[in-house]
Design a protein around this ligand. Structure first.
Ligand SMILES: NC(=O)c1ccc[n+]([C@@H]2O[C@H](COP(=O)([O-])OP(=O)(O)OC[C@H]3O[C@@H](n4cnc5c(N)ncnc54)[C@H](O)[C@@H]3O)[C@@H](O)[C@H]2O)c1
Ligand SMILES: O=P(O)(O)OC[C@H](O)CO
Length: 330
């Protein structure tokens, strides 16, 4: 039987391992924390990152990256900023790497598929992204995702049966860049929507922000070669709607706390879990400027994370010159 595992035992890696094991399959998960390896193997829980979820006994954990190198396919679920170093620490790599992290590498500005390709040049790369709160997937609730295969339909035929379950439906795409940009940009926009909520600006404002944020996602995606139909799908609009409307989102909650007046510095230094949008915003602002793409909402989030006062940042957005809704530069 083809073997599949999960690299990273945060909330999402753990939920994916449980989803994969839901048909009785043996799933190996790599955890960085020794105490978590012990807990998953003995208690079948992950109280650090996914409290409340009960895992199948067929999910077993290891802290040895060499165990993961032997598998046929690996779902890579580290935080985006650590994907390169974790993959580089493996003695070899499985044939298929399915990237499930949502972010852009700070410093280099690389998308995750470029990071993975450098660390594991022999592997075929795919990207899995969509509306997927970890606790819902771990509980077996249904959702659907984009599975963008760098090697096209041949890779899809190989990996989709490994990943699809009754309540977890991958949809085929070959637009790896589009799938990645959707997930990375929506995290930043979710922070903005949280700020609107924290400031009590109302639901109209949030809907307007989602639509204008989506326009930013489309413009940026187009500049990097993503297809707009990909961004209109599960990994773009689908995930944007989910993440921008719920305090279950770490990114939305971070924004809400900023809007309520907590300091960005404190919020970031106290974190145990990852809010990828905070790491993506600065590098996204840089990349957008390099591409000549206007991203005023993303820039506003960056300013807030630098410590600017929420009300004045919102005032800046509302004072922008009026323009055509479609086709304008921003
Ligand atoms: N949680 C979700 O619902 C969800 C859903 C879809 C995608 N994602 C994405 O999955 C990725 C992982 O998020 P998560 O929610 O599983 O994480 P998490 O916030 O639950 O846990 C943090 C993770 O970071 C790891 N970590 C911390 N420092 C590290 C280091 N130096 N090197 C390597 N790993 C380190 C920890 O071991 C832990 O696995 C993110 O890119 C996130 O955007 C999350
Ligand atoms: O909790 P967030 O904001 O990291 O969002 C989790 C997932 O990306 C939702 O699809």
């Amino acid at each position: 039987m083809t073997s599949v595992g999960v690299l990273g035992a945060g909330a999402w890696g753990t939920a994916l391992a449980q989803m994969l094991a839901s048909d009785g399959r043996a799933v190996k998960i790599w955890a960085r924390e020794e105490e978590l390896v012990e807990e998953i193997n003995s208690e079948h829980t992950n109280s650090l990152f996914l409290p409340g979820a009960k895992l199948s006994e067929s999910v077993t954990a290891t802290s040895d990256l060499a165990d993961m190198a032997k598998l046929d396919a690996l779902l890579v679920v580290t935080p985006a900023q650590h994907m390169g170093s974790v993959l580089a620490g493996m003695p070899a790599h499985p044939r298929d790497l399915v990237l499930c992290s949502k972010g852009i590498e700070a410093g280099s500005g690389r998308l995750m598929n470029h990071v993975a390709k450098e660390a594991a040049p022999e592997s075929d790369i795919a990207v899995l992204s969509g509306p997927t709160f970890a606790h819902e997937v771990a509980a077996g609730l249904p959702t659907a995702v984009t599975l963008a295969c760098g090697n096209g339909e041949e890779q899809w035929e190989r990996i989709s049966p490994l990943i699809a379950r009754h309540a977890f439906r991958p949809y085929y795409s070959d637009d790896v860049v589009g799938a990645e940009i959707g997930g990375a940009v929506k995290n930043v926009l979710a922070i903005a929507c949280g700020v609107v909520d924290g400031l009590g600006l109302g639901q109209n404002a949030r809907a307007a922000l989602i639509a204008r944020g989506y326009a930013e996602m489309l413009r940026f995606g187009e500049a990097l070669g993503a297809r707009s139909e990909t961004l209109a799908g599960l990994c773009g609009l689908g995930d944007l709607v989910l993440t921008c409307s719920s305090t279950s989102s770490r990114n939305f909650s971070l924004g809400k706390a900023l809007g309520e007046g907590q300091s960005a510095e404190t919020l970031m230094s106290d974190r145990k879990t990852v809010a990828e949008g905070a790491h993506t915003a600065p590098v996204l602002v840089e990349l957008a400027a390099r591409q000549g793409v206007a991203m005023p909402i993303v820039t506003a989030v960056y300013d807030l994370l630098k410590g600017d006062e929420p009300k004045s940042v919102v005032e800046g957005i509302l004072s922008r010159p009026l323009k055509a809704e479609q086709g304008g530069a921003g």
